[in-house]
Structure formats: C-alpha cells, structure tokens
Design a protein around this ligand. Sequence first.
Ligand SMILES: C[S@@+](CC[C@H](N)C(=O)[O-])C[C@H]1O[C@@H](n2cnc3c(N)ncnc32)[C@H](O)[C@@H]1O
Length: 277
Amino acid sequence: MGKFNFAATNHFVSWGWWSCSWSGISTIMMLKTTRHRLSAGTRWPARPRKRRKVFNELLEHRLIKRVSFEEYRAKVRDVYDGPQGAVLATCSMLSGHTALGQRLFTKRKFDLHGARRILDVGSGAGQIAKNLVKHADREAELICLDLSHEMLRRARNRLKDGRPRFVVADLTRLPFPDASFDCITCGYVLEHLPDARLGLAELSRVMMPGARMLLLTTEDNFPGAITSRVWRCRTYNRRELARICEASGLRWHKELWFSRMHKVLRAGGICVELVKV
Ligand SMILES: C[S@@+](CC[C@H](N)C(=O)[O-])C[C@H]1O[C@@H](n2cnc3c(N)ncnc32)[C@H](O)[C@@H]1O
C-alpha cells in the first residue's frame, strides 16, 4: 500500500512539480503536441498516441485504486491538515495558478453575476473563494466547504472577510437539501474521488435546475500524471468525464481556458462550465 510522505522538503518538491505540471512541463509537452499536429494534419498518428496513453497510465499513482475510499479519504484529510496543506496557498501563488484562476473571474469567463447562493467545494486555502468574495454580488450567500478543518481555518485567515460560512464536510455527502444552490465552484477536488459519479451526483442533487458550476480537475495527460504521482490523486479523461457529467444531469456547457495560449496548446487541465439540467 502506498504511503504519504510528510517530510517538509518533500512538500516543496511536490509543489514544484505541481507548478511544473501546469506551467513548464505542460507548455513544453503541448508545444510538442501542436508541432506534431501541424505536421500530421489535424489527426494524431494512432500508435504514438496509444503509447503515450499507456505511459501516462503507468505513471499515475495507484493509491486511490488500491485502498478503500474511506481509507483514501482519511489520508487525503491528513495531507491537507498537515504541512503540505500549510504551503498550498504559497505554492499556488508561486506556480502562477492563483493568477490563472483569477482570470476566469476577472475576464468573466465564469460569470458570478446574479448568483444568490454559491458553494465553493474543496475550498483549500481559499484560492477560488477569494474570487467569490471579490466578484460575487454583495447580497450573495457564500459557503466554503472542505474535508479538512485545518484548510478551512487557513482559508478563513487568508480571506479576512466575514461573508463566507465555513463547513467541514465530504463532497460525496453534502449537508444541504436538494436544489440549495444556483452556483457552485469545485476546483481540483474531483481527482480525490475514486469515481467522479460519487461527487457529481451529489453536486447535481444540491443544484437548482439551471444552476451553473465551474469545475476544474486534472486531465489524463503527462502533466496530469505527474500531478497524480505527487498528490496521490487520479486523473480524468475529458470525454469520459463529459459523459459522466451528462449522465449526472450536468450539461457540459462550455469548456474554459485560462488564456488563449492554454486554449491553443490545450494545456491547463479540464476547466468547464456545467449547467444543471
Ligand atoms: C488542491 S486543493 C484545491 C483548492 C482550491 N479549490 C483550488 O482550486 O486551488 C483540494 C482540496 O479539496 C479537499 N478535498 C479533498 N477531498 C475532498 C472531499 N471528498 N470532500 C471535500 N473536500 C475534499 C482537500 O481537503 C483540499 O483542501
């Protein structure tokens, strides 16, 4: 059974990798991808694609597949409660991830205007919640939810804002009645579930018809596999996830990209706006 490593140095190395996976490595890999695509028309040659897929699968961490969900979830909570969670905000900032996420809101790629009840799932250090406080309508009710009590304490300290309510809970068992929210943000949490259906069905349940969700998650490419190694999480295939969303009553409304460059290179992972049918 895989074990989490709590050594402080390792956390920084981990975060370095996290950063690389979304910035440096992904850029290099995607530039390569684009060059291949251009030279081979619009289609990938079948064999290298298959080989890459196998390689990425081999690279992915297996813990989530090896232990029960209860056991895995307890380990995730320990990691985020501990020193790795303590450096989450700093590392997001250093990797440029905070700024990229911010663009989704400042450029209104995901528009919070008009939302009355907003749930931020897996708030972590409050990276997304910070944007909710800044860009949501003044009268909107904000709820930050996380499995880790410590992460929510850190988020509260960082946000320094009395508006959000903080709730410790598991994404797969949300403590809210059906159709409670007209807007949800869920950043990099789904990869901590063995099966996306567990989370998406629950998110769909608490969404009002027509409610919108910003979903960000790790993709099954090389940078995603590195992220998976570092964070002992899983990755998602974009098409497969789209099918699961549709089956959960969540329409795959609009794919979002942090920037034009990310769009051209298809980098940055899965970022999508979903609408509850
Ligand atoms: C990588 S952080 C994401 C932080 C932030 N949302 C962002 O976009 O950068 C993942 C967070 O999800 C939380 N988490 C993991 N599994 C969860 C679950 N089953 N239910 C609720 N939160 C969970 C972790 O505790 C952690 O704070």
